[in-house]
Design a protein around this ligand. Structure first.
Ligand SMILES: Cc1cc2nc3c(=O)[nH]c(=O)nc-3n(C[C@H](O)[C@H](O)[C@H](O)COP(=O)(O)O)c2cc1C
Length: 410
């Protein structure tokens, strides 16, 4: 039995998707870990699992009707929403995600979701086309902005006989994500100061032109938000991005690689540093004071480039103030693991998150990422996940790292 589950109350909202049957296993696992599970079944979910199975496995009355007078007298929908440590929505159907994103409260499930003051974790599950529809992407982005955590979906075999993205995370993965959320409530990273860089850098050519790259900052910003949710004091040094500053994070906006390095150094000492920014390797040697004219002699072909400071290497080799844990990203288009390993030793960092950024993968600017975690001990392939799920997984690993080193020091 894991301590993060013992005596914790989980309100599980089961949506009307084919994956609802997996929630019976999830309820069993949660109870085995010592959690108390209350369940709301949506009207559609009742087409997929029976109230009898859910009540038997949870050992609790099952809820579903917003206007059930007996339920309302016994517990009340507001109390049901608040008298819990975590709300989990699994499967989070496209319909439930849309209703949540728009703040609808037209049944017990969505009313409880709107009324709750507790963290919410969703496990989306749907057909690939539904998952990829702009409407679902918008709803998911809005939910993430609102602080909703996600687990999955995964790529794999779908009920309709198709294969693709949209398969609900397995009960074991949802259980692990619930464990992380429950630990987060207790502040798994409380007292830790973490620095993270995100986004591209802009290297000026003249007052109006610059050299940049396609990094959107989505991954770095998501990691900052996940770390803050685990109770860390997070400083985000961000290049120019079109994203809002994450909640609960101190954001410092910079443009160039040199400004990013200066901002990072000012924030030392920190317990961990994560270099997720796509820092330009090169900058123009002498930025022109005035806009370069089209007919000028120094056409762009004549730009003289010099190497930029290496922020990851600088932090990894920082004498007195080297963070205990330094994590870098390796964006590669070939020989992923091999290049990541060279980067790990070359820069002196502790972990590398390697990702394939070939244009066909759509990682740069996209919402999903396939990560290989490379450490001195080996490499680990993570399934293709939404960037927010990668962020949650990484934040959990960082919390585990500090918990292990705390135990070793005791
Ligand atoms: C056989 C079947 C399987 C379904 N599976 C899913 C699914 O996996 N994901 C999803 O978003 N909707 C799925 N739907 C559609 C939802 O049941 C429908 O959108 C419903 O309104 C969802 O209600 P709820 O979100 O209140 O639970 C399925 C429908 C049927 C008939």
């Amino acid at each position: 039995m894991n301590s993060e589950f013992k005596g914790k109350r989980v309100l599980l909202i089961i949506g009307g998707g084919i994956a609802a049957y997996k929630c019976l296993d999830l309820i069993r696992r949660l109870r085995e870990q010592g959690a108390v599970v209350r369940v709301i079944l949506t009207a559609s979910a009742r087409q997929f699992v029976t109230e009898l199975s859910v009540a038997t496995l949870s050992g609790e009355k099952v809820h579903g009707d917003l206007f059930d007078l007996t339920d309302e007298l016994e517990i009340g929908h507001i109390q049901l929403a608040r008298d819990t440590d975590l709300v989990v929505v699994a499967p989070a159907t496209a319909n439930l995600m849309a209703r949540m994103a728009h703040g609808l409260a037209d049944d017990l499930a969505t009313t409880a979701l709107l009324a709750t003051d507790k963290p919410v974790l969703i496990a989306p599950a749907m057909n690939t086309r539904m998952w990829e529809k702009p409407a679902t992407r918008r709803n998911l982005a809005r939910l993430i902005d609102d602080g909703v955590r996600t687990v999955g979906p995964n790529e794999g075999f779908l009920a309709e006989g198709e294969s693709g993205m949209g398969r609900m995370a397995e009960p074991a993965e949802i259980l692990a994500a619930i464990g992380q959320c429950l630990k987060a409530g207790a502040g798994a990273l409380a007292g830790k100061r973490i620095l993270i860089t995100s986004g591209p850098t802009w290297e000026a050519i003249d007052p109006v032109r610059y050299i940049a790259n396609r990094s959107s900052g989505k991954q770095g910003h998501a990691i900052a938000a996940s770390l803050a949710r685990l109770g860390a004091e997070v400083v985000l040094v961000s290049g120019p991005v079109a994203l809002p500053d994450p909640q609960g994070v101190r954001t410092i906006r910079v443009e160039s690689a040199r400004q990013m390095l200066e901002a990072c150094e000012r924030e030392l000492p920190v317990d961990a540093a994560i270099c997720a920014a796509a820092v330009a390797d090169w900058r123009v040697e002498a930025e022109a004071g005035q806009k370069i004219k089209k007919k000028a002699k120094s056409a762009p072909g004549g730009l003289n480039l010099v190497e930029n400071p290496d922020i990851l290497a600088s932090l990894s080799r920082h004498g007195a103030h080297r963070p205990q844990l330094v994590i870098g990203f390796a964006a590669e288009t070939e020989n992923l693991i091999e290049h990541a390993r060279v980067k790990l030793t070359g820069k002196g960092c502790d972990w590398i998150l390697a990702n394939d950024v070939s244009p066909a993968r759509g990682v740069l600017g996209g919402d999903e990422n396939t990560i290989h975690l490379v450490t001195a001990g080996g490499s680990e392939a993570w399934p293709k996940m939404h960037k927010s799920a990668v962020a949650e997984a990484l934040a959990g690993r960082i919390a585990d790292h500090f918990a292990t080193s705390r135990k070793a020091a005791e």
